[in-house]
Design a protein around this ligand. Structure first.
Ligand code: PEP
Ligand code: MG
Length: 571
């Protein structure tokens, strides 16, 4: 608990800017519940009646929240989501479970949070031995409901409830740590700003947050202990600055700043137009977009196509596997929004931090190096077949490029190609109309490029993972930024090599990792020979301006200087 004075005192802290912009609002803290420490730390209670009343009160509060969520989901015509909340209400009414908690409180005379966290642990244990997948996925609902109950007992805000329930307040979300699954269901339009105590600029959470264009600051350890539930906060996403309990004068000044920036930054509607360097060399500029709405925005900003559509975000924004027809319909809407421009749908890239609440990856010791991307799909054949079929079928609605994530060995492509051929025949599709490409994000691919280039049509370089693996720095870890920055010359050298080999095979190669969305790096990429970039929608125009401002010569000289600085030469 912060001392009372700190609750109203003006405090200024700085972190790293994740996404520019000014946000002013009240705070909402999102806290992951540390079940382990609740299990370890119990304390004796003095009054059983009060403890049981706390439990009853939390059950009622949880139920009200769930009913309200169910109602909102129905209003938004999300019946599948509404059904989940209805099932959660049922679980809350499980009298046997609730009575077992009450009995344990009476018997052990310990705080109810401790008893509940132990019971959740027991349930997790008993589910871990069940092999039936459907029964096991029920555990995720159970965990979700009882975590909600725990949050209400501990009086911690619910990240998924708050923005929906308090739609008018435009809260600033503060979290120690967030997972993509925590935010996949979040209504970002209702959030004014985001502060994450620990994150890194290339983590998936950061990528999603930035793609919504919300002012955000990361790497501000301890900030959640400095604010209370309704503290007013200013986020200056340009400077990475945060002011807690600002003065009225500061609020007024930042409001002016915000309005000023908003006017300056409002992008003019761009119709598709070709991007050329200053000396007239053509660069193809596409966008990373994950939903039909984002694709519309991309087209409005002048994107020539969708260079990366992360299909896992469609799966992560839902509470159960898609019903037949739903996924294909989603891709149809994406193609329609793209208006005939090519759409690169990347196959599900699950694993590591990207998990599904309804199909979690078994715990791994080193998940970043584990069952990710195509490996996860090979381990879940039914999911792979259904998903791949929907992706391929979408070629009926537009120009489709299929991108395979997390490829490391060529045998993966052989296996996949066989499956694609089978699905093409079964579904009366035309193979020649679909291009197949791979993510270049694991170094082994670079050192066996000719093998891959005989089998695929295009390459897409994923700098987020490629840098993580090249310089061995966990992309989720904000403390390792220095390593990632130091690896820029190495990355430029690798990419120059990839471009040269790919072009010698007559194959297309683009960059879709976050590096391409940084104006300085985007222009260096041109110097490596890259002529195709896929960037965040909200920086597309900035990147175009940057490319247009330099000649290829200039960018090549800059790349050479970077590479010479590490005493290297082009391969
Ligand atoms: C990458 O790794 O650079 C990439 C684009 O994929 P993701 O960020 O989704 O892992
Ligand atoms: Mg990747």
């Amino acid at each position: 608990m912060p001392h009372k004075n700190t609750l109203t005192k003006r405090i200024e802290v700085t972190g790293d800017s994740l996404s520019p912009g000014i946000a002013i609002g009240n705070t909402y803290r999102f806290k992951q519940i540390d079940l382990e420490s609740l299990r370890k730390n119990s304390f004796p209670i003095e009054n059983i009646t009060i403890e049981l009343e706390r439990l009853d009160h939390s059950i009622k509060k949880s139920k009200d929240q769930l009913l309200s969520l169910q109602k909102t989901a129905l209003e938004n015509q999300k019946k599948d989501v509404a059904d989940i909340f209805a099932a959660h209400v049922q679980l809350l009414q499980d009298q046997t479970f609730i009575q077992s908690i009450k009995d344990a409180v009476k018997l052990e005379l310990l705080n109810v949070e401790h008893i509940l966290s132990v019971k959740i642990g027991d349930l997790e244990q008993s589910f871990s031995t069940i092999s039936n997948e459907t029964v096991r996925t029920r555990l995720f609902d159970i965990q979700d409901v009882y975590q909600r109950l725990l949050r209400n007992l501990l009086e911690i805000e619910h990240v998924r409830v708050t923005p929906l329930l308090r739609s008018k307040s435009n809260p600033i979300l503060i979290a120690e740590h967030l997972l993509p699954s925590d935010i996949a269901l979040l209504e970002f339009r209702k959030i004014a700003g985001v502060i994450i105590e620990e994150s890194s600029a290339v983590s998936h959470v950061a990528i999603i947050t930035r793609s919504f264009g919300i002012p955000a600051v990361i790497n501000v350890p301890g900030i959640s202990t400095l604010v209370h539930a309704d503290s007013t906060i200013i986020i200056d996403g340009y400077e990475g600055k945060i002011i807690i309990n600002p003065s009225a004068k500061e609020i007024a000044s930042y409001k002016r700043k915000k309005n000023g920036f908003a006017k300056k930054e409002a992008p003019a509607v761009q119709h598709q137009r070709r991007t050329m360097t200053r000396d007239g060399i053509r660069v193809r500029l596409e966008a990373n977009a994950n939903s039909p709405e984002e694709v519309y925005d991309a087209v409005r900003e002048g994107a020539e196509g969708i260079g990366l559509m992360r299909s896992e975000f469609f799966y992560m924004g839902r509470s159960s596997l898609p019903e037949p027809g739903e996924e294909l319909n989603y891709y149809k809407r994406i193609h329609e929004a793209a208006g005939g421009r090519p759409v690169t749908i990347r196959l599900l890239d699950l694993g590591a931090d990207k998990t599904l609440p309804y199909a979690k990856v078994p715990p791994e010791i080193n998940p970043q190096l584990g069952l990710r991307g195509i490996r996860y799909l090979f381990a879940n054949k039914e999911l792979l077949c259904n998903h791949l079929k929907n992706v391929l079928l979408s070629s009926k609605y537009g120009t489709l490029k299929v991108l395979v994530p997390f490829v490391s060995i060529v045998q993966e492509i052989d296996y996949l190609e066989d499956l694609i051929k089978r699905l093409i025949v079964e579904n009366h599709l035309i193979r020649a109309q679909i291009k197949l490409g791979i993510m270049v994000e694991i170094p082994s691919v670079i050192w066996s490029l000719p093998l891959f280039l005989q089998k695929v049509d295009f390459l897409s370089i994923g700098t987020n993972d490629l840098i993580q693996f090249t310089v061995a720095s966990d992309r989720e870890d904000g403390r390792l930024e220095e390593y990632r920055e130091a690896s820029i010359p190495i990355m430029l050298k690798m990419i120059s090599y990839v471009v040269r080999i790919a072009h010698s095979f007559g194959k297309e190669v683009s960059v879709c990792g976050e590096a391409a969305s940084d104006p300085l790096i985007a222009s260096l990429l041109i110097g490596t020979g890259i002529r195709e970039l896929s960037v965040r929608v909200n920086v597309l125009q900035k990147i175009r301006k940057e490319i247009e401002s330099k000649s290829v010569d200039q960018t090549e000289i800059a790349v050479r200087e970077y590479i010479e600085a590490i005493k290297g030469e082009l391969l």
